[in-house]
Design a protein around this ligand. Structure first.
Ligand code: NAD
Length: 438
């Protein structure tokens, strides 16, 4: 089957490479000419484990190509996937659909035979019907179908998530489109991956509802974690005790500095807007958003109150800047709100991240000092803040870490270390959801 995937970011590039691996002939299109030039030279635009190898393999086999020319690329396409960004619209939190609309217009001007257009971008209810309207307005003759196929891959494990998904959601309202998607996903359905066929609107709601539910679960456990600290409970036991109930489940029950990333913040805001527009309350999601923002401030306050006087040019090293490990994605990471606030308080910030430094330099204030070497970043610091649970940090020689520091404060906002062990080493150790032993 001939596929075109428009947008070669985290979703488009991973989907394109995986579809090629599953046997389709794929062209990944992007309007960013430099990105396409780099991809043709096997330079990946993102860090995602296993991606470079998968792309390499499928380019070599001839199944995967890259182009910045949408018009030429879609001539023989059976299916065109739209996988462009849908960021928050500045000012009002709505999903910004300008890229989706632009691609829809470009497609409509350049198709001459039947094609199925599938939206993989996360977009508000009604977007797939809008795409259909845009195409009909420009090109009355053309025979086409539209479908919604929201993506659930997670950065850091994107390839495995795509190849072994929990479910595939197909918002599809024509038999012809349904057959094409059946054929496309046959290698996965043959592996017992459940496929849910539904209408366009339900598929669109499933994506937002899933992300909002997960964001709510994180905000919920963060508040429970804050309670644990006050009352002498231990969040690890509490999460375990809760998670053994299959109605609750054991995932997403770890406290942290507040969720971030390219999806939860923008998708929760967009869902609130969608509800508002439809005259429906979204109190639970709004509370999750507020609790998340409060959690980030809470982290700053923990540091501020523990270190007493931040104006005294305290040196703090942040370990981990990305919103989660195994990605270089900095979008809406907790580091982006915590670090600038501390800088405003006079703190001298040093930072390390195994993969995110290039991106972090674009997003964080110029006064932050970035280090490639983790031990160098710690040298002379008063405090360390673990913000992202990269494997490298679990493996640190903590005695060496302590010997390099000027003082001994360790804020473990991912609970990666054992409290008693850190105290034994001589750290003043602060984690989340358990009583501090000071
Ligand atoms: P991204 O920003 O990494 O990539 C988007 C790409 O689209 C960019 O390379 C950009 O140059 C390209 N693009 C924009 N306009 C274009 C045009 N007119 N023609 C061709 N290319 C164009 O975005 P992403 O993280 O891959 O997200 C894409 C969509 O998938 C979003 O709606 C997002 O919410 C959703 N999603 C993302 C994830 C994730 O983990 N990143 C997971 C599930 C769903």
């Amino acid at each position: 089957m001939n596929l075109v995937v428009v947008g070669s970011g985290y979703v488009g590039l991973v989907s394109g490479a995986c579809f090629a691996e599953l046997g389709s002939s794929v062209i990944c299109v992007d309007s960013d000419k430099e990105k396409v030039r780099n991809l043709k030279n096997m330079i990946m635009p993102i860090y995602e484990p296993g991606l470079e190898e998968l792309v390499n393999k499928n380019v070599s086999s001839g199944n995967l190509k890259f182009s910045d020319n949408l018009q030429k690329s879609i001539q023989n396409a059976d299916i065109i996937f739209i996988a462009v960004g849908t960021p928050s619209r500045p000012g009002d939190g709505h999903a910004d659909l300008r890229y989706v609309h632009q691609v829809s217009r470009e497609i409509s001007e350049n198709i001459s035979k039947y094609v199925l257009i599938v939206n993989k971008s996360t977009a508000p209810v009604g977007t797939v019907k809008q795409i259909s309207r845009i195409i009909k307005e420009t090109n009355k003759e053309i025979n086409f179908d539209v479908a919604s196929n929201p993506e659930f891959l997670r950065e850091g494990s994107a390839i495995d998530d795509f190849m072994n998904p929990d479910r595939i959601i197909l918002g599809v309202e024509s038999e012809r489109a349904s057959k094409l998607l059946d054929e496309l996903y046959k290698p996965l359905s043959d592996n017992d991956v459940p496929i849910i066929y539904t209408n366009h609107e339900s598929a669109e709601v499933i994506k937002y509802a899933s992300n909002a539910f997960l964001a709510t679960k994180i905000s919920f456990i963060n508040e429970i974690s804050n309670l644990c600290e006050k009352v002498g409970a231990d969040i690890k036991s509490v999460s375990k005790g809760m998670g053994l109930d299959p109605r609750i489940g054991d995932q997403f029950l770890k406290p942290g500095p507040g969720y971030g990333g390219s999806c939860f913040p923008k998708d929760t805001n967009a869902l609130v807007k969608i509800c508002q527009e439809n005259g429906v309350s979204s109190r639970v999601v709004q509370a999750a958003i507020e609790a998340n923002s409060a959690q980030k401030s809470f982290m700053v306050n923990k540091i501020r109150t523990t270190l007493n006087d931040l104006n005294d040019k305290k040196k703090i090293t942040f370990l981990g800047l990305t919103f989660k490990p195994d990605t270089d994605d900095m979008r809406d990471s907790a580091s982006l709100s915590i670090i600038p606030t501390l800088i405003d308080n006079g703190v001298d910030i040093r930072a390390h991240d195994p993969q995110g430094l290039k991106e972090a330099k674009l997003y964080l204030p110029k006064t932050v000092k970035f280090y490639e070497d983790v031990y160098e970043s710690i040298h002379g610091s008063d405090a360390i803040v673990i913000l992202t649970e990269w494997q490298e940090y679990y493996e640190l020689d903590m005695q060496k870490v302590l010997s390099l520091m000027h003082s001994n404060y360790l804020f473990d906002f991912r609970n990666i270390f054992n409290q008693n062990q850190m105290i034994e080493y001589g750290f003043k150790y602060f984690s989340l959801g358990r009583k501090w032993k000071f």
